[in-house]
Design a binder for this molecule. Structure first.
Ligand SMILES: Cc1cc2nc3c(=O)[nH]c(=O)nc-3n(C[C@H](O)[C@H](O)[C@H](O)COP(=O)(O)OP(=O)(O)OC[C@H]3O[C@@H](n4cnc5c(N)ncnc54)[C@H](O)[C@@H]3O)c2cc1C
Length: 310
């Protein structure tokens, strides 16, 4: 069977690899190459953030977690495990994603200003290494990536078409439920931080720190329905200031770059389903919001199950 996967972000590439490993002949068609996608902007940590629906998101996250743990063990793809400390200013109930995180616990001593915490081990993915790793894995196994902007999904060749176009699905399949959640991340020099830190209920805007081997990613913003991706250096400075509340060593950290990305959210949650049009099967796999990296492998496996069952 010939399968076209439309989209070369983390969702398209992971789906293409799992399909290829399951015996399908797979080509990827994409308007933008991996380095120019939203996926390239992500922090990224394994964490089900700003995504629906919870039951499916937990299942997909768990599958991906197993895959990331394997990559860490084998030293592949630029994935590390770090301790994550999420601090809260009000008592935090058991989170909806707890069953996906078996080692979740809380600290008894907290920094000033916080009353609660979630602590767990978290895969941290360096997208500068991870996306090229996915491309290499797909292409070295015989996969092809072609540059093409489709005006309609049925322009893609093959027996089955898998739609992994993220925010592009809004136009490509006229899905008005798809909308952007704009995020800005700032890369700074790492002053020696090795834990993921966050303050998600900070008045005036959330903050998080993701240490990469050579730098730190600082965030963040989550502006719903905002399409403008113009860089804002003043906001980058404010984010560094907020993150310095989590670790004061960040106050003087040199800003190396800042990037804006549009998370592909969808009001009714991720769309992963089969649609048959004039007898031809299409599988949609888009709308992963702030958790596309986290859900990627779980969704990819479900796409294969959907195609097999069709
Ligand atoms: C600031 C920020 C931080 C984030 N941090 C995290 C994190 O820590 N962890 C996490 O799990 N997630 C995180 N995310 C979310 C994550 O980046 C997204 O959920 C994920 O990248 C979505 O991947 P995707 O492949 O669906 O979309 P994209 O990466 O946007 O790729 C879409 C692909 O479809 C192609 N396409 C679109 N329309 C067409 C068309 N008409 N014809 C042909 N090709 C088309 C595009 O060219 C592109 O190749 C973050 C996002 C942002 C912005």
């Amino acid at each position: 069977m010939d399968v076209s996967v439309v989209g070369a972000g983390v969702i398209g590439l992971s789906t293409a690899i799992v399909l290829r490993d399951s015996g399908y002949r797979v080509r990827v068609l994409a308007a933008a190459g991996p380095a120019d996608t939203t996926s390239a902007v992500a922090g990224a940590t394994w964490f089900p953030y700003k995504v629906e629906p919870p039951d499916r998101a937990i299942r997909w996250s768990r599958v991906s977690r197993t895959v990331f743990d394997g990559l860490v063990e084998r030293g592949e793809g630029g994935v590390l495990v770090r301790e994550c400390r999420q601090f809260w200013r009000t008592p935090a109930p058991e989170p909806w994603w707890a069953e996906a995180v078996p080692d979740l616990h809380r600290l008894t001593e907290l920094p000033a200003g916080f009353v609660d915490s979630y602590v767990f081990d978290q895969p941290v993915i360096d997208m500068r290494r991870y996306l090229p790793y996915l491309v290499e894995r797909f292409v070295s196994g015989g996969g092809r990536i072609e540059s093409a902007r489709l005006g309609a999904l049925d322009e893609a060749p093959g027996d089955v078409v898998v739609n992994c176009t993220g925010l592009g699905a809004r136009d490509l399949v006229a899905d008005d439920a798809v909308y952007p959640i704009r995020g800005l991340v700032v890369r700074v020099t790492n002053p020696g931080i090795d834990q993921v830190l966050s303050d998600f209920d900070r008045p005036g805007g959330e903050s998080y720190v993701i240490p990469q081997p050579d730098s730190c990613i600082l965030g963040g913003t989550a502006d719903e329905h905002e399409w403008d991706t113009t860089a804002d250096p003043a906001l980058a400075l404010r984010i560094r200031g907020r993150c310095a509340e989590l670790d004061p060593r960040l106050a003087d950290a040199e800003i190396l770059e800042h990037r804006v990305g549009l998370r592909p959210a969808r009001t009714s949650g991720v769309r992963l389903e089969l649609e048959s049009v004039a007898g031809r099967p299409y599988v949609h796999n888009y709308g992963h919001g702030g958790a596309g990296v986290t859900l990627s492998w779980g969704c990819a496996e479900e796409v294969v199950e959907v195609i097999k069952s069709a």
